[in-house]
Ligand binder design. Structure first.
Ligand code: NAD
Ligand code: MLT
Length: 310
């Protein structure tokens, strides 16, 4: 069994593959042309979010039997091409959700209290808080779009700060809203018009891409705080920039940017936008979990055994 790991995963994951008798090549950052020229040798491929696993790659991957996504979102993997060739796609949907929820909350705090800006001033030897007054969370309303694994973790954690939690997710049961103590909103507009802080936690699909755009910002409360620790483009970046300029959005905390992994987004120009380079799952715990889980799943798939997240 020969597996190519094309992005950095935890050493524990690599060790797991080796222990199971897999011949592993770890080549993070491999140029696309090189990846395409060698993929034909491999039975398995393990990726994170940067490697585009698409028709171009499948056509060169004559032996490929399994693609392991070391993480949750599979929007960088073309499912149709895999399915028609009998290639199994596995992911690790549970392994990094706590870390992603915690970074969401970290961005929320950093944004609402201007922590990076204050830090930068002091590092420049300036004892100066002027123009950087923050906002308390207590008593505010947070609007969650997508009350799945990460959205729910964010909801339960933010409740302890005395916030009102409302959510829009037409695909989950009322019972789940009740269990989580979250107020259900029937429409996105209703949520947008009521929240002080918006955080999105949907997958990236044709339906959700750009779902927060110009029209949604039109009905938003003035002074909204926006957090996106899910996927680039769920919140239309051009619309977000317009809303920042119009002061409808007062501040934003963003982990995922259009054009990533390149630091090209015009959002980087805004002083009131705090950014991280898709670091939601970058903790020792999450990466160990993800690495070990994806290794186990890829091995099971190659052996023709049952795979939980196929
Ligand atoms: P999940 O599948 O558990 O939950 C997603 C929720 O979104 C579901 O409850 C679903 O019903 C809801 N949803 C789908 N379409 C919707 C729509 N049109 N309107 C409203 N709700 C809708 O996913 P998750 O594990 O919670 O992950 C959420 C997001 O976070 C994904 O995009 C994932 O890729 C991303 N993620 C990012 C990082 C990071 O490093 N920043 C880490 C892990 C996950
Ligand atoms: C995920 O979907 O799991 C995240 O994007 C995190 C990652 O890929 O590291």
């Amino acid at each position: 069994m020969k597996v190519l790991v094309s992005e950095q995963i935890a050493q524990k994951g690599i060790e797991k593959l080796t222990q199971e008798g897999v011949n592993v090549d770890v080549k993070p950052g491999l140029p696309r042309e090189e990846l395409l020229s060698i993929i034909g040798e491999y039975d398995g491929l393990i990726v994170r979010s940067n490697t585009k696993v698409n028709e171009e790659l499948y056509q060169k991957a004559a032996k490929l039997k399994v693609v392991g996504r070391a993480g949750n979102g599979v929007d960088n993997i073309e499912m149709e091409g895999a399915t028609k060739r009998g290639i199994i796609v596995v992911n690790t949907p549970e392994s990094n959700v706590v870390s992603a929820a915690e970074l969401t909350i970290g961005l929320l705090f950093a944004t609402c209290r201007n922590i990076p800006q204050l830090h930068n001033r002091l590092k420049e030897r300036l004892w100066d808080r002027s123009g950087l007054k923050g906002m308390e969370l207590q008593g505010k309303t947070v609007g969650i779009v997508g009350l799945g694994r990460i959205g729910s973790l964010v909801a339960t954690r933010l409740k302890s700060f005395g916030m009102t939690i409302i959510a829009y997710d037409p695909y989950i049961s009322d019972t789940r809203f009740q269990k989580l103590g979250v107020e259900k909103k029937e429409t996105l507009d209703e949520l947008m018009s009521q929240c002080d802080i918006l955080t999105i936690h949907t997958p990236k699909t044709e339906e959700t891409y750009g779902m927060i755009g110009k029209e949604q910002f039109k009905v938003a409360k003035k002074g909204l705080t926006v957090i996106n620790c899910a996927r680039a483009g769920l919140i239309n970046e051009a619309a977000l920039m317009e809303a920042l300029k119009a002061k409808i959005v007062k501040r934003a905390g963003i982990d995922v940017l259009e054009g990533e992994p390149h630091a090209t987004s015009p959002l980087l120009e805004f002083d009131n936008v705090i950014v991280t380079p898709h670091a939601g799952a970058d903790t020792v715990e999450a990466q160990d979990n993800v690495g070990i889980t994806v290794a186990q799943e890829v091995v099971s798939a190659l052996r023709g055994e049952m795979v939980p997240n196929a």
